[in-house]
Design a protein around this ligand. Structure first.
Ligand SMILES: Nc1ncnc2c1ncn2[C@@H]1O[C@H](COP(=O)(O)OP(=O)(O)OP(=O)(O)O)[C@@H](O)[C@H]1O
Length: 684
């Protein structure tokens, strides 16, 4: 074990984070400053024709604007056009450019616009929490544009700078273990054998082992959860057992949904817990535990409530006032109220957090002011292989915890790295090999990966029974990636589409868990999106691969499944290429409402009864690009429960890597093989 120099590690992280931020700024910054507003809207990065539906005060005294389509343009459907604005995005909001202006480069957003964070996205509206207090909210018809987000970077930078500047004497024993300056304390057999009074006795043996191990470890434990093996299920029991030992826990995940998933499952156990984070980003089922909701509803919150109401009333009056002097006066009063509000709110919040034995937040959210001066015994991170290491240091440094449990699967996709992908886009897949050649500090190396490489598998326990896939679907990933250790639970191992609890016909598809449409022979060539068009600005937004003939097979297969009785909402189509996704969405969404289409990356963590994977690549030079990443294919092939249909060219794909060759061979031997006839497919 080679100890890591902590300040050097932190400085490498800082410089990697700054190039990552630069890549992100280049991507989004380039889009927003050089593209015309109408181009941005077409790319889903801007929304036009909005107006303010309501305005109120949120946590921290922030102004929340609810935006909807302006009634003058909304027509019957009040739905917003398709867009890519998501909760957590940083956006600018300004008065809309008129007619021809929209086709020119954008102006006005910098001078007159206000910035904020999206806190809610619905079909008919978007809510934005404004960054600055007392800003003049723009009036009339508005447009909103997505801006580069540097908030999470700022927090990661803060943490890495703290780590860089710490004296050795300030390093906790956990920190020393995490940098290989000491070894984790060995876990004794007697500790592992200690009797545990299980809250859920139906846990399987590998789950119980993992919990025993995590309870017995002094500094660090990794819980490796391959797809569908009940990783979160296991964490819930672990949390309940740690609480029995009277320990205080900070539980985090990289995304809001990963955290909410845990809160929802803890609710029935009546755990004294609080969930940090803006309620608009939380699932409805966890709202009763949201810190903000509690600051509104608990007894201690009455004082805060009064003042919030007063502020909301003032805010409403600002919107009605056209007179500049009057507005100024109201802003003055608001400022005073806000000061008072913040003091009362901080007191209330501090009390609520202090009473909680379990605090839950996103990794980033664990760095907020609410946790200042709060101490925890254990940090638990779910979906840890989806998080940057610097993100994991946010709860580690803000909690003072001496023990860390990471749950994840390093064989599924790691967090997206833009500074890597921008090169990758050009080099189509060779990036991964290149990036892992030497063992310097890298952004894509997660804390989970690094711990495994540093301390070996003795700090890890793997969950082995999976509750999702038919055993034939599970067989290849188990053999190729999980040392053949996966076992399909009795309830799922032979489940087929024809056994679904609704009216299903038995057909060659519904009684078959694994289908492979092999398009070899060159009749199903891929296409680069701008192959036959000059490169325009708009095109460069989404350059990607597609395969029209493969899309036709997807359509045929979906039609056959639906004809057999399968509901479109039980079908998902995944593909690694955005170009293919766009092509498929056009054709399929209208014809099969409810069907889900997504990129492989966007589908991680999800499951469906039937999944169709379109591999796209088919070319004489056998280039496989993105498919060279086996973690991406692992995610694609482990989403289905009862039926997996792969569509691809075995000749091209099979030459891409050892893993791909083995997969194609496996499919040829084990799947229901089909060779499409081009004229039949096109006649569809
Ligand atoms: N011991 C068990 N007995 C029966 N069912 C179980 C058991 N453990 C987990 N499951 C079921 O397996 C499914 C997957 O569990 P869970 O959502 O916890 O998995 P996960 O590993 O977090 O998911 P992912 O694969 O997305 O990471 C759930 O439906 C859960 O109820």
């Amino acid at each position: 074990m080679r100890p890591v120099d902590i300040p050097a590690f932190a400085s490498s992280q800082l410089s990697l984070l700054s190039s990552e931020l630069a890549a992100e700024l280049q991507e989004t910054g380039l889009l927003t400053s050089t593209h015309a507003p109408s181009t941005l809207a077409r790319a889903g990065l801007a929304i036009f024709n909005l107006s303010i539906a309501s305005q109120r005060t949120g946590l921290g005294g922030k102004t929340l604007l609810e935006l909807e389509l302006d009634p003058a343009v909304a027509g019957e459907s009040k739905e917003l056009p398709e867009h890519g604005v998501r909760v957590g995005d940083i956006v600018g909001l300004a008065e809309q450019p008129k007619g021809a202006e929209r086709k020119k480069e954008r102006k006005g957003m910098e001078e007159k616009g206000v910035n904020g964070v999206v806190t809610k996205v619905q079909r008919e509206g978007v809510t934005v929490a404004l960054d600055k207090e007392d800003v003049d909210v723009p009036g009339g018809k508005l447009w909103l544009v997505k801006l580069a987000n540097d908030v999470t970077y700022k927090r990661m930078n803060q943490m890495m700078t703290r780590l860089q500047r710490m004296n050795e004497s300030e390093h906790s024993s956990l920190t020393r273990v995490l940098f290989g300056q000491s070894s984790p304390a060995p876990v004794s057999q007697s500790d592992l054998d200690k009797p545990v009074n299980w809250v859920d006795p139906s846990l399987n043996d590998s789950q119980k082992d993992a919990i025993r191990f995590a309870l017995a470890s002094r500094e660090i434990a990794l819980i490796h959860g391959p797809p569908g093996t009940g990783k979160t299920h296991t964490l819930i029991e672990l949390i309940l057992q740690l609480l029995k030992q009277n320990l205080r826990l900070l539980v985090c995940g990289p995304s809001n949904i990963s955290v909410d998933n845990i809160v929802e499952r803890l609710v029935p156990h009546k755990v004294p817990m609080v969930r940090l984070g803006h309620p608009a980003r939380l699932l409805p089922g966890v709202l009763n535990h949201s810190l903000e909701v509690l600051t509104r509803t608990s007894d201690a919150a009455a004082l805060v409530r009064d003042i919030r109401e007063e502020m909301d009333a003032k805010q409403a009056s600002i919107r009605k006032t056209r007179n500049g002097r009057e507005r100024k006066a109201i802003y003055g009063e608001m400022k005073e109220l806000r000061k008072d509000y913040k003091v009362r709110e901080a007191k209330c919040v501090d009390g609520l957090v202090r009473e909680s034995k379990v605090v839950l937040a996103t990794l980033h959210g664990a760095g907020g002011f609410h946790l200042k001066n709060q101490r925890f015994d254990v940090v638990i991170v779910d979906e840890a292989s989806q998080a940057l290491e610097a993100q994991c240091w946010v709860p580690l440094l803000s909690s003072g915890a001496e023990k860390l449990v990471l749950a994840g699967d390093h064989l599924q996709l790691p967090p997206t790295i833009k500074s890597l992908n921008s090169k990758a886009a050009k080099k189509e897949g060779k990036e991964t090999k290149k990036a892992t050649k030497d063992d310097d500090v890298k952004l894509e190396t997660t804390l989970f990966d690094r711990m495994l490489a540093m301390h070996g598998s003795s700090i890890k326990r793997m969950l082995t029974t999976q509750y999702r896939m038919h055993e034939k679907i599970m067989a290849f990933p188990s053999a190729a990636l999980y040392e053949n250790k996966l076992i399909a639970a009795e309830a799922v191992k032979e489940r087929l589409l024809k056994d679904l609890p609704y009216d299903m016909e038995e057909t060659e598809d519904t009684k078959e868990p694994l289908v492979f449409w092999d398009t070899q022979g060159g009749d199903f060539p891929e296409k680069t999106d701008d192959d036959d068009e000059p490169k325009s600005k708009a095109k460069s937004l989404g350059e990607s691969k597609s395969n029209e003939h493969e899309a036709a097979i997807v359509k045929k297969h979906v039609q056959d499944l639906v004809d057999a009785g399968l509901k479109p909402e039980d079908i998902a189509i995944v593909t690694p290429y955005n170009g293919q996704l766009a092509l498929l969405s056009q054709t399929l969404k209208e014809q099969f409402p409810g069907i889900e289409l997504g990129s492989v990356d966007g589908f991680q963590g999800r499951e469906k009864e039937a999944v169709i994977v379109s591999l796209v690549r088919s070319n004489p030079s056998h280039e496989v690009g993105f498919l060279g990443e086996k973690r991406r294919l692992n995610v694609a092939m482990t989403r289905p429960k009862r039926h997996l249909c792969i569509i691809g060219d075995s000749e091209t794909v099979g030459r891409g890597s050892k893993f791909l060759k083995a997969w194609m061979e496996f499919l040829e031997e084990n799947a229901d093989l089909r060779y499409p006839n081009l004229s039949d497919v096109l006649a569809q």
